[in-house]
Design a protein around this ligand. Structure first.
Ligand SMILES: [Zn+2]
Length: 505
């Protein structure tokens, strides 16, 4: 279940127009751009143009731009709505403008939900549990003041309004994780008159989720570890009365932000290879690896591609609002007319290319679960790493980045990554070096995701692979499956628990 669908429908007619009109504007290469002297795209030649120096100089610019966010956030950030993000967009546009008219560049503004929790506290009995945290996009408690009530156990998984006993009203609902999204549980709690809601995990750990698209029924909602949640339920079932205080000061607002799309004027506009990274960071830091690295890789490949002519169109995207739940890419696919959807032969996602404790990860996208062609793309990455004598691992294709909307839209997709908050195993140290038992990116979604948080070896390798993916499909789609009318993503849908970086369910 996607979280943003309903919310953005209203904006569709207003804002979605510019970007997907592109293919109609330019038919072939007769736009005054003299491409006759350019050599036809060649993967080896394009890969050779990728250098650590260029990536680093863009990274330094991204960090300087993130500092523009300091006034408002007290630290560097490129989160949507900040000066750091606006600066990032201006920088990408300015770099694209330097490339003359090789690309047709457009902006696609859209309304994005942005949430910020300023302060929060949960007190249960006499305890302040350290394993509780407010959900993303949670509203504040009433009047941004603490609310007081008894903990009331909700029946089943709290996915049905009838699961909420009458005495939830005026009290605090304690709900088990599972079956339906956190947002549904929060809204059901709100409808039943709860002052706040707590969703406890089904395994013993903490749970960090998001409520997704705002609803007027949402109430202030915390996630709680399964260990504590289950213990509380037991005490309540045994007849104990446990009171609680919940307090959240937060805002959820809708702001305008924008995707940037650049498409080659050259190449068959009915057969496009599309790729993207996200231009935004989280509020907590400058986001140099997440996803400065991917945005920069995509920008650098776009820059070097101008030295070649292409047979198929190449469309680059810098998505906004990824960190708020894939908002930009969802919006893009959602407003894409059917005939334009069909022109995108595949989408390649490049998010986090340079994690310090990296692994070469390939999304395990298969034709059984994802639109046909996803597996051929996966195999292109496998073949390339093998050719270079490099190891790789598969990671779940489970909704954590901007490929999600494309898969749901029936468009084959895939991508590579280098790891976020996952823990590197001993076997992976044998494969890639680095440190076992630590996160692939120890600064994931933190202030320290700065210039020292990128591994240039991994970054150059992966940017060359991005160049290879672009060059391959820009040259030819021979052997790559045609698009079909069939859109069946039910098995994909079943395993997806994420929508962006945070759990939704
Ligand atoms: Zn990311």
């Amino acid at each position: 279940m996607t979280v943003s669908k309903g919310l953005f429908v209203a904006a569709t007619a207003l804002s979605g127009v510019s970007a997907f009109q592109l293919p109609q504007i330019h038919l072939g290469a007769s736009s005054g751009n003299d491409l006759t002297g350019l050599p036809v795209i060649d993967t080896k030649a394009l890969q050779e143009l990728i250098s650590a120096d260029n990536l680093e100089s863009h990274a330094k610019k991204f960090y300087d731009i993130a500092k523009l966010g300091e006034d408002e956030y007290n630290h560097p950030t490129r989160v949507i709505g900040s000066k750091g993000h606006e600066g990032t967009l201006s920088y990408v546009e300015a770099e694209l403008a330097k490339l003359g008219d090789f690309y047709s560049v457009s902006k696609q503004p859209f309304p994005a939900v942005s949430g910020n929790v300023f302060e929060s506290r949960l007190v249960i009995g006499n305890e302040v549990p350290s394993d509780a945290s407010p959900m993303g996009l949670t509203p504040a408690t009433a009047n941004k003041q603490p609310v007081f009530g008894d903990l009331i156990v909700v029946e089943n998984d709290g996915c049905d309004e009838s699961d909420y006993p009458p005495n939830v009203s005026g009290n605090i609902a304690l709900i088990k994780r599972g079956t339906c999204p956190f947002g549904t549980k929060s809204a059901n709690a709100g409808k039943s008159g709860a002052l706040a809601a707590i969703v406890y995990n089904t395994d013993k750990d903490e749970v960090h989720g998001t409520l997704g698209a705002p609803s007027p029924n949402h109430v202030a909602t915390f996630g709680l570890s399964g260990e504590r949640g289950k213990a509380l339920v037991q005490r309540l079932v045994d007849g104990e009365i446990i009171d609680a205080i919940a307090y959240i000061d937060a805002v959820v607002e809708t702001i305008s932000t924008t995707n940037i799309i650049a498409q080659t004027r050259d190449g068959d506009p009915d057969n496009c290879v599309m790729l993207g990274g996200h231009s935004d960071s989280v509020a907590e830091g400058p986001g140099i690896n997440d996803d400065g690295s991917g945005s920069i890789s995509v920008l650098e490949v776009a820059t070097q591609l101008t030295k070649f002519s292409v047979n198929n169109c190449v469309r680059f995207a810098w998505w906004a609002g990824e960190e708020e739940g894939l908002l930009g890419s969802d919006h893009y696919v959602e407003v894409l007319p059917k005939e334009e959807n069909k022109k995108i032969r595949l989408f390649m996602d490049y998010d986090m290319m340079a994690s310090p404790n990296f692994a070469y990860q390939i999304y395990n996208a298969t034709n059984d679960e994802s639109p046909v062609g996803s597996e051929e793309l996966r195999n292109l990455y496998i073949d390339w790493y093998e050719e270079q004598g490099l190891n790789y691992t598969f990671i779940p294709f489970d909704g954590r980045s901007d490929y999600d909307g494309f898969i749901r839209g029936g468009i084959p997709a895939g991508g590579i990554a280098t790891g976020a908050e996952g823990i590197k195993t001993k076997e992976e140290v044998d494969q890639f070096g680095g440190k076992a038992g630590e996160w692939y990116d120890p600064c994931y979604h933190q202030l320290c995701d700065d210039l020292s948080n990128v591994n240039y070896t991994a970054w150059v390798v992966n940017t060359k692979l991005i160049a290879h993916s672009v060059a391959t499909y820009a040259l030819s789609f021979d052997g790559f499956p045609e698009r079909t009318d069939e859109v069946s993503v039910s098995s994909y849908d079943e395993k997806v628990k994420y929508h962006g970086g945070k759990l939704i369910l």
